[in-house]
Design a protein around this ligand. Structure first.
Ligand code: F6P
Length: 365
């Protein structure tokens, strides 16, 4: 008999609830353990008393298709340098470790991206906590896994947006620019761009010129195609290398605005009518795709099995159609950007999609 905890940390995404459901089914249904769902990531362990709910199988009914996370999450507040209400910064790591022991946990499953994973591992090392990790991030930039929870659904949503933009672009003879998330990696843009039949895809990993983008749009016009679809990753910089970000009143910086920059440049240079759609958090919400549900379920079951085998400090990953586990330090050490020479970039070029670089300037093949 074990008692395990589960928490979701970092930005939410589709598929988190499916993973929670799988953990409960495997841990309670197969092994007869107790599962505690910890509220609001490490904040739930920091609280006094710790904020957690007992999760039984009937509590996770219907969760397979539900977006978000029933446990809540946060992507703020490093517990090692935690901002206190009085404005001071405190190390709250020992409070979290105490919360884990107060709940009587034998092990904990942390679902998060590389940032959350680094924090959870540091806590586990400091407090001798038994940690198993599940990767989630719509950005899909965790190097050791081909898929993280959230990515496939985000790509589906961005693809659906392109499908819709296609018709309105054609009706009005416009250049439609779709700005997608992904932080510093262009995985959502390249996948959705190919799937949604974009004419131009701009990712942070491939330098571009506006001239090349305009050339493609003009070339299409000459071929009698009265509209174009451009997908751009939020972290793409301006042509002069300026990062387009804004800071909110809480002092948090976030990407946003590169789509409008491109729209203005394209309109100014070639007079095309442009419109911008910033997809934003729509990419994180809603019903998980079928593949998402499969991956999240497989990760949840495998994470519980790792605990059953007392294999801690490991993260489950998806590699070559199966779940395997790797040490967490290895998992967080490997960042995965879009490979400029990889299959998807080759595919896009092979389809005649402009990636904003100079490769096809002057050629009309
Ligand atoms: O890392 C996931 C992500 O959705 C990024 O793609 C995006 O840049 C960021 O989080 C947005 O964060 P927030 O939820 O704080 O606005």
């Amino acid at each position: 008999m074990k008692r395990i905890g589960i928490l979701t940390s970092g930005g939410d995404c589709a598929g988190l609830n499916a993973a929670i459901r799988a953990v409960v089914h495997r841990a309670v249904g197969t092994y007869g353990w107790e599962v505690f769902g910890i509220r609001q990531a490490t904040l739930g362990l920091m609280a006094q008393p710790p904020q957690a709910i007992a999760l039984e199988i009937d509590k996770v009914d219907g969760l397979l298709v539900a977006g978000g996370t029933i446990l809540g999450t946060t992507n703020k507040g490093d517990p090692f340098a935690f901002p206190m209400p009085d404005g001071t910064i405190r190390d709250r790591s020992e409070d979290i470790i105490a919360g884990y022991h107060q709940l009587g946990l034998d092990a904990m499953i942390g679902i998060g991206g590389d940032g959350s994973m680094a924090i959870l591992r540091r806590l586990a090392q400091q407090g001798n906590l038994n940690l198993v990790a599940i990767p989630k991030t719509i950005d899909n930039d965790v190097g050791v896994t081909e898929l993280s929870i959230g990515f496939d659904t985000a790509v589906s949503i961005a693809t659906e947006a392109l499908d819709r933009l296609h018709f309105t672009a054609a009706s009005h003879s416009r250049v439609m620019i779709l700005e997608v998330m992904g932080r510093d990696a262009g995985h959502i843009a390249i996948s959705a761009g190919i799937a949604g039949g974009a004419d131009v895809i701009l990712v942070p990993e491939i330098p571009y010129t506006v001239e090349r983008v305009c050339y493609t749009i003009k070339e299409r016009q000459e071929q009698g195609k009265n509209y174009s679809l451009v997908v751009v990753s939020e972290a793409v910089r301006t042509e002069t290398g300026v990062c387009v970000m804004s800071t909110d009143r809480l002092g948090q910086c976030r990407y946003g605005g590169i789509g409008q920059y491109l729209a203005d440049e394209i309109c100014t240079r070639i007079g095309a009518e442009t419109r911008v759609t910033v997809l934003g958090h729509v990419q994180r919400g809603g019903t998980p795709s079928p593949l998402e549900r499969v991956i999240a379920s497989a990760f949840g079951v495998a994470a519980v099995d790792l605990i059953a085998e007392a294999q801690y400090d490991r993260m489950v990953t998806w590699q070559k159609r199966q779940v395997v586990s790797v040490p967490i330090p290895e998992a967080i050490a490997q960042y995965r950007a879009v490979n400029p020479h990889g299959t998807l970039v080759k595919t896009a070029r092979g389809l005649g999609i402009c990636l904003g670089d100079e490769q096809r300037v002057g050629s009309r093949e």
